[in-house]
Ligand binder design. Structure first.
Ligand code: NAG
Ligand code: NAG
Ligand code: NAG
Ligand code: NAG
Ligand code: NAG
Ligand code: NAG
Ligand code: NAG
Ligand code: NAG
Ligand code: NAG
Length: 890
């Protein structure tokens, strides 16, 4: 019986669709053991606070900022920290408390990275000499090119970058730090060795040794450079606030300090491509960022790279109220950085340049040979797929030029090698260039690929009887060409990795997006000077640059205004699952308002406010919301108001309490919307308020929490075409299970898969008090019980009580309190948890610092439901582990 329920619990946890595993694999945000952030009441006396905390812990940081006064403390006894912290919270001078959490960089994908020590210079295209037009694809997609053509550069705007620092000595980033440089302000809050878990060693020098911050900085403000691109707003000055060491993560106390410092140093815009899953707007760092935005400083934050997890996975601090959460779209052009080689025709002295991508193997050093082709047909579909005819010359003195298609690269290479060839050059049969591997073919020493255009040019020369001699570069001269090739598969679509909203409280997230997939920018000199990276980390600084350009055009930095302008003019995109487009628009929780259009936003004369509308869930359904249309132009404009639904996406898997993962299942029903007026004329200088009354879609499975969304479309006779995103949820978030009754179990600290142990398994723990934290636990050879709990949805408050099981009280000396619990597991309760699997290895400590006596126990978890009332028992979901035993070594 009991065993059955054990198996059932495993089944529930592992077999509840793909979801559980996928979410379970996601690394959540980690807590710094025993550490808390306290916020002081304004003008309070902190003597009591410091006398109380200095005895039991160490002050990590003091916050003496206009918008945040307080301190972060790490208690010496991590296991008693929760108890000590809650006593500190009772002091009259203290008004708030949050655990210290550690956040990472949403890890970007590295698509290309230069070689350290290499000076790169692109082969200039002729067009680059003829015009100063900005042809950088992320800029063209967002109309940054048009603002740049008008001469805007973000001049005079101060943009703070909270990141891993900036390699300000990079020639494209100004070459220096301080007055008169591009990077004029900022500081290092942490030092090289900081990991997020150890002590920070601040200094004045925000030099980057990690890479991320330098890439981000270049997207905002790279100056003209040998790679032939610039940042979106090269006229700004940058502030570098370094919050990461050379590796590792950053504590939210460091992030709070960095944002406040940047704000007080006079930053006009603050950008951070940092985050961790939570989905709540109340976390300490998110609260800080919201306050800064409310003071008139726009903050752009990365939505996160966890799109695969599905809905309701907004990152902190992008999840904060008024914070601009930035989604990622794939670049319309795939960027390839190719090494430049040369060729001559008919012994002439002119050397022509071309770009190629080395394959495997790539022993091209010193190779200078004529081309030979098995076919002069540039349309041949199966070039080199047959054995070469008997009259073929010995090809050892040639580079064999073959068209891609039909058979494999290895087959093509084999036939060439059979005729004596050592080198092959494939020209593509479609746009772009890819690497390939022919290393199984023994005699081939090097392989490479060129574009279809280059291949055709050569074939036509050969066909005309010319001799083409190719002089291959091995890349060591640093001459490269940046090829932008149309990305026909996903160009312009939402990046599948971009994280989905909304928040657990139904705030609309993300706000809108920019290209973040396949972006060329600067990189530290020691890491190759340039790199192509992908992530919402790359979309976010582009958005900060766009805010700078718009503020220069309009002479204002008002965050709400700029956000509304961008939201109203963004282009919503169709849903794309990574393989193809659907016929419906991507849901608002994925793309917000869509892909921003900077020029339209900057020059708009019709102002539309707010930037999005949330109608909440069924329990809290908002029957109507208003928006305002203001005509700041010189002529009257007539508007037509209509509605375009986007895809309705189910949050949960059918017949399950667990969330679905990307791509979520869609329903075909959308909301219908009525407006107080569907046609309205607004005189110059006047504004009108319009009421939006939605009717949620019918026929949906409400228990699966479908999120419906779409756009209110507003077309004006002046040619304006604006929209405002909305969303709502059918069903009850409060009525949904956040913790399944079988989703808590006990595993062994030595089991990476965290499978449940059998009931009554007894663990012998080190002597009470000899183990301090998870690091100690990892470093001993003892097998600890690992407590595992799996949240189906987010919960703002999770308790874990240690409850004795009276069956074999052989050694225990029990004094069981009336609620049956000897105390909570150390570090509980947990605040603002994201969905997914969590675990902690347990050495027997309780939250008050005492140790659970030897004996048999179960862990009873309680998780507060969304919109739940802590005082109501029925608002908590409960799950119990099976019984296990602990004894202590002598
Ligand atoms: C190129 O030069 C070589 C040697 O100098 C000569 O044998 C060959 O005929 C020349 N080819 C052409 C096309 O002029
Ligand atoms: C190759 O195909 C293209 C497009 O189908 C056609 O326009 C062209 O004439 C063909 N070239 C040759 C050499 O057959
Ligand atoms: C360019 O050359 C470098 C060696 O300097 C090599 O590592 C790299 O793969 C080459 N890149 C391409 C696109 O062939
Ligand atoms: C939805 O309703 C809940 C409960 O009243 C509230 O806490 C939350 O802020 C609401 N969300 C929005 C976006 O209005
Ligand atoms: C929305 O606007 C209508 C008029 O169009 C007005 O009657 C109503 O009070 C407004 N509602 C809110 C919440 O402001
Ligand atoms: C509004 O304008 C957009 C873009 O020009 C167009 O696609 C849409 O059909 C228009 N809607 C109405 C109701 O005219
Ligand atoms: C665990 O121990 C209890 C009490 O001794 C016993 O009733 C139960 O059957 C045991 N379970 C297993 C799986 O042995
Ligand atoms: C302890 O080990 C687990 C599993 O190997 C790992 O996930 C965790 O990060 C480690 N914790 C610390 C504090 O080293
Ligand atoms: C509880 O009883 C079981 C079975 O008799 C035994 O294996 C286990 O060690 C006991 N646990 C403790 C903590 O004494």
């Amino acid at each position: 019986m009991v065993r059955l329920s054990l198996v059932a619990s495993l089944f529930a946890a592992v077999a509840s669709a793909v979801t559980v595993e996928q979410i379970g694999n996601k690394k959540g945000t980690t807590r710094l053991p025993g550490a808390y952030i306290f916020e002081f009441e304004d003008d309070s006396d902190h003597t009591d606070f410091y006398s109380k905390t200095s005895a039991d812990g160490k002050t990590r940081m003091e916050f003496d900022y206009k918008l945040f006064k307080g301190a972060s403390i790490q208690f010496n006894d991590h296991e008693r920290a929760e108890d000590l912290a809650s006593k500190v919270l009772e002091l009259p001078a203290v008004k708030g408390m949050w655990p210290v959490k550690v956040y990472g960089i949403p890890e970007p994908r590295i698509d290309w990275q230069g070689t350290p020590g290499q000076e790169y210079a692109t082969m200039k295209k002729r067009s680059a000499y003829e015009t100063v037009k900005d042809v950088f694809s992320p800029h063209v997609m967002t109309q940054v090119d048009k603002l740049r053509e008008e001469g805007y550069t973000g001049k005079g705007v101060k943009v703070a970058v909270i990141d891993s620092g900036i390699d300000y000595k990079h020639s494209a980033l100004g070459g220096c730090f301080g007055d008169g440089c591009l990077v004029t302000f900022g500081t290092d809050l942490v030092g090289d060795d900081y990991t997020g878990y150890n002590e920070a060693n601040p200094d004045d020098d925000p030099m980057d040794c990690q890479g991320h911050g330098t890439h981000v900085a270049g997207i905002i403000a790279a100056q003209e450079n040998s790679m032939d691109f610039t940042g979106a707003a090269p006229g700004v000055t940058l502030g570098a606030y370094r919050v990461f060491g050379c590796t590792g993560e950053a504590g939210n106390d460091i992030l709070i300090a960095a944002f406040n410092k940047a704000y007080e140093d006079g930053a006009d815009i603050i950008s951070a491509s940092i985050g961790g899953p939570s989905g709540w707007s109340e976390e300490a760092w998110a609260v800080t960022v919201s306050r800064i935005v409310e003071q008139g400083v726009p903050c752009t934050l990365a939505a996160g790279n966890s799109g695969d997890v599905g809905m309701f996975y907004a990152s902190t601090a992008a999840s904060g109220k008024s914070v601009t959460a930035v989604a990622s779209f794939d670049n319309a052009e795939t960027v390839s950085i190719l090494n430049v080689s040369h060729y001559t025709v008919n012994n002439a002295t002119t050397r022509y340049e071309f770009g190629s991508q080395a394959g495997t193997p790539d022993a091209w050093t010193g190779v200078k040979l004529p081309l030979w082709a098995p076919s002069y047909d540039t349309n041949v579909t199966d070039g080199g797929c047959d054995e070469y005819p008997a009259n073929t010359p010995n090809l050892s003195g040639y580079i064999v030029l073959i068209r891609r298609g039909t058979c494999t690269f290895v087959e093509k290479a084999t036939h060439a090698a059979d005729a004596g060839a050592k080198y092959i050059m494939v020209y593509n049969d479609e746009a772009g260039i890819i690497p390939y591997d022919v290393s199984p073919v023994e005699n081939i020493k090097a392989a490479a690929m060129v574009t279809p255009e280059q291949g055709k040019k050569w074939i036509n020369l050969l066909k005309a009887g010319s001799k083409v001699v190719v002089e291959m570069s091995d890349g060591s001269d640093g001459k490269v060409t940046v090829e932008q090739v149309p990305n026909d598969l996903t160009g312009g679509a939402l990046s599948t990795f971009t994280s989905w909203g909304p928040t657990w409280e139904m705030d609309s997230k993300p706000q809108f997006g920019a290209p973040g997939g396949g972006i060329l920018s600067t990189y530290p000199r020691s890491l190759g000077s340039y790199a192509v990276l992908s992530g919402t980390s790359m979309a976010t600084p582009l958005m900060a640059g766009i805010f700078a350009l718009i503020s220069e055009v309009r002479g204002t930095l008002e965050p709400e205004l700029i956000e509304s302008l961008l939201s109203a003019s963004s282009n919503p995109q169709l849903f794309h699952d990574g393989f193809s487009y659907s016929e419906f628009l991507a849901p608002v929780p994925q793309q917000g308002a869509g892909l921003v259009q900077a020029h339209d936003a900057a020059h708009a004369t019709i102002l539309l406010c707010p930037s999005s509308l949330s109608f909440n869930d069924t329990d809290n359904f908002v029957e109507s919301r208003n928006f305002t249309l203001k005509n700041t132009g010189k002529t009257d404009v007539e508007f037509e108001i209509s509605h375009v639904p986007a895809g309705t996406a189910y949050t949960l898997v059918e017949d399950s309490i667990y969330p679905d993962s990307f791509p979520n299942e869609f329903a075909s029903e959308g909301a219908t919307i009525r407006f107080s007026e569907s046609k309205v004329t607004i005189s110059a200088g006047k504004s009108v308020t319009i009421e939006v009354l939605p009717t949620p879609p019918t026929g949906l499975q409400a228990e699966r929490l479908p999120v419906w969304s779409g756009y209110v479309a507003i077309n004006g006779t002046d040619g304006s075409s604006l929209s405002i995103p909305y969303l709502g949820l059918t069903g009850s978030l409060h009525g949904s299970t956040v913790l399944g009754s079988a989703d808590a179990w006990v595993s062994q600290s030595t089991d990476e898969k965290l499978l449940p142990v059998a009931e009554n398994t007894t663990f012998t723990l080190p002597k009470a008090g000899t183990v301090q934290d998870q690091e100690d636990i990892n470093s001993t050879s003892t097998t600890f019980p690992t407590l595992v709990w799996f949240l189906a949805l987010g919960s703002s408050n999770v308790h874990a009580d240690v409850v004795p099981v009276k069956s074999n009280l052989t050694t225990g000396n029990y004094n069981v309190p009336s609620n049956g619990s000897v105390g909570q597991v150390a570090d509980f309760p947990l605040m603002w948890s994201s969905m997914g699997q969590n675990s902690v290895s347990w050495a027997g400590e309780l939250a008050d610092g005492s140790y659970a006596p030897a004996g048999m126990y179960k862990i009873v978890y309680r998780a507060l439901r969304i919109f739940g009332d802590e005082k109501k028992t029925s608002d908590w979901d409960k799950s119990e582990s099976l019984t296990f035993g602990i004894t202590y070594a002598k």
